[in-house]
Design a protein around this ligand. Structure first.
Ligand code: ZN
Ligand code: ZN
Length: 373
């Protein structure tokens, strides 16, 4: 609201008196001086009135509307005791001809979503957990895909060799279940999202830096894999099949679902009971390692020092520097966090990635663009 205050006019107004006085002829008429003085005083008076109006909120209708909206949301929450989060649809930046760069709270995608999403895949209607009018969604109301299938053949190996941390997975969750995919006709989730894809084993090897370093500039994220959870499932960036907030799409009890090439993945990790394996440093509300991002930095649970973190607590890439347990050692270093609010995982790569033959093979298999595109 301060932007509305024309306070900058004050010095201008005052300045207009002095230069004019200096430019006066040697014998100025007293009458002319009085006119200038009077008009200056009127100008100042008008500004004082405008300032008073701004401070009393007379020009502040948009903020009043926002407050009203917040009150309405609050009453929904109080009445039904449900938590909501802002919808992130449309909130992103991308690397393109009009360079916009990384932005806090918005994924920095390698492409413009408008160009990528021409088709209508994913959720065909907004479910009752999406409130587009108020721009929020309700996690508790989101349809959960039925089924609890465990995968005894699943494997996820994270081994260190020299400067490399080798990730070997087969895209099936270790110790965690998946729902029944394709979504069955008799599943209530089918009313909103008829995900026709199935969960398929895919052997993927990926090399990430064992000793991650912050890059000179943050880099863009693809629309797919940004890292791997410790249970072997890829962590995706925050876009659904139509480039919207992934909250639109239905997922199973572990918040996972398969994509068009049958890659089972998570967009949202915080707030579920899955991915139990990991390193912890406190008994309650643990800062738990959930997985590794492709630049080598760890991604941790939504808690730190017993407090839940949200996107507003983190930087433009969804991370920060603080003390964490990494490879068995507690140290001050950069790391990411998952959050229950958009964009849920990471929004840009803070560190450098490895451009190896192994990775380009995996990128080919996963239909992912090369680094930096
Ligand atoms: Zn997805
Ligand atoms: Zn942290």
């Amino acid at each position: 609201m301060n932007e509305n205050i024309p306070s900058q006019n004050f010095p201008n107004q005052n300045m207009s008196i002095n230069p004019m006085n200096q430019n006066m002829p040697e014998h100025p008429s007293r009458k002319r001086n009085l006119v200038i003085l009077a008009s200056s005083l009127i100008g100042v008076a008008v500004l004082v009135i405008i300032l008073a109006l701004v401070f009393t909120g007379a020009f502040n209708t948009s903020n009043q509307e926002d407050a009203q909206k917040e009150d309405n949301n609050q009453s929904i929450l109080n009445q039904e005791d449900r938590e909501s989060f802002p919808l992130g649809t449309g909130k992103y930046s991308f690397s393109g001809p009009i360079f916009s760069g990384p932005m806090k709270g918005a994924p920095y995608f390698c492409q413009s979503l408008k160009k990528v999403f021409q088709t209508k895949i994913g959720a065909h209607v907004a479910g009752p957990w999406i409130d587009e009018k108020n721009g929020v969604w309700y996690p508790e109301l989101r349809a959960v895909v039925d089924g609890e299938n465990y995968w005894p053949d699943a494997y996820a190996k994270f081994t260190v060799v020299g400067n490399i941390r080798k990730v070997e997975i087969n895209n099936l969750p270790v110790g965690d279940p998946t729902g029944n995919f394709p979504v069955a006709k008799n599943d209530d989730a089918y009313n909103y999202d008829r995900n026709p894809n199935y969960v398929e084993a895919k052997s993927i090897v990926w090399e990430i830096p064992r000793y991650p370093e912050i890059a000179k500039a943050a880099s863009c994220v693809p629309l797919q894999t940004v890292g791997y959870a410790l249970n072997g499932i890829p962590l995706f960036s925050a876009a659904d099949g139509q480039g919207r907030d992934p909250a639109y799409e239905v997922s199973d009890a572990c918040q996972g679902h398969p994509g068009p090439i049958h890659v089972y993945h998570y967009h949202i990790v915080a707030g579920n009971e899955c991915i139990e394996i990991g390193e912890s440093q406190s008994p309650e509300k643990e800062t738990k390692l959930i997985g590794y991002i492709l630049d080598g930095f760890g991604i941790y649970s939504q808690y730190e020092n017993g407090k839940e973190l949200f996107t507003s607590d983190l930087d433009e890439c969804h991370g920060h520097i603080s003390k964490v347990l990494f490879d068995g050692v507690e140290k001050e270093m950069y790391h990411y966090h998952v959050t229950r609010d958009y964009p849920y995982t990471i929004s840009c790569f803070k560190g450098t990635q490895i451009d190896s033959a192994v990775n380009s093979k995996a990128r080919g298999m996963l239909n992912m663009p090369p680094i930096g595109l």
